[in-house]
Design a protein around this ligand. Structure first.
Ligand code: MG
Length: 254
């Protein structure tokens, strides 16, 4: 693992990033209300783009390494990086992960939620709940002096303690003037090196949690990541600043 140093942000830069991330959070909240059986993932993508433009923010994912959508929309066994499509219609019992990013005044915001469509099975509802809880527990560890591994351990312990599996091939990341900055934030404990958290870091924490195996593969479209056993997967993400007063979640409506 290369351990390039994180790019630290000033308090003024963190305020700009809070605004960028608020736009992302507002977009996700709007989409959550509109997710229901019959809606296509292309429609969600169009709503996200429209809202970001109203806010004078630029959707960050479209064109990123050639990604074709504004939104990553990952349904059921899709883990992350699903491509919006008019052919993908949501049905009751599905779950849909929506991951959105914008660039605003030179800085990026990035967050994700997983939303049940109609009525989902109790096991799938539990998967969503545990994934969301693991993000909260990870953020609780974002104190000056702790290490990246404390974040990783919080996710891994909670998820595996509930009988689910964390994805290892994809990880969280620093965020700022670049969508993806050092350091990597794995959702499992790595034995080789773990930077200490310092004030001014802004990190996108994003547990990806599977019902069955942790193994994933990429579809032939070159983007869509699915679980190897085709069982459901959930994903939540917040962009969070490390401050002397503790973690500050930037991707919120507040
Ligand atoms: Mg991210």
């Amino acid at each position: 693992m290369t351990s390039k140093a994180a790019v630290l942000k000033s308090e003024a830069e963190i305020e700009i990033m809070a605004e960028a991330n608020r736009i992302v959070a507002q977009t996700l909240a709007m989409l959550r209300e509109r997710i229901k059986p019959g809606v296509t993932t292309a429609q969600l993508d169009a709503w996200a783009e429209e809202y970001a433009r109203e806010c004078e923010a630029v959707p960050a994912f479209k064109g990123y390494r050639g990604f074709p959508g504004n939104l990553c929309v990952s349904v059921n066994e899709q883990v992350v990086h699903g491509i919006p499509s008019r052919k993908v219609v949501l049905h009751s019992g599905d779950i849909v992960s929506i991951d959105f990013g914008v660039k605003w005044r030179g800085f990026f915001g990035d967050a994700a939620i997983t939303v049940p469509v109609g009525t989902v099975s109790p096991q799938v509802a539990e998967l969503i709940k545990v994934t969301r809880e693991s993000l909260d527990r990870a953020i609780d560890q974002m104190k000056v002096g702790n290490r990246i591994n404390d974040i990783s351990r919080a996710v891994q312990d909670h998820v595996e303690g509930q009988g689910f599996a964390v994805v290892r091939q994809f990880v969280g990341h620093g965020i700022g003037r670049q969508l993806h900055e050092p350091p990597e934030i794995p959702n499992y404990v790595r034995s080789n090196g773990s930077p200490r958290l310092v004030a001014g870091m802004v990190l996108a924490i994003e547990p990806m949690v599977n019902l069955g195996t942790s193994a994933v593969k990429v579809l032939s479209d070159g983007w869509t990541v699915i679980t190897a056993d085709r069982k459901y997967s959930a994903h939540f993400e917040h962009s969070v600043a490390v401050t002397e007063n503790g973690p500050r979640i930037l991707s919120t409506l507040g």
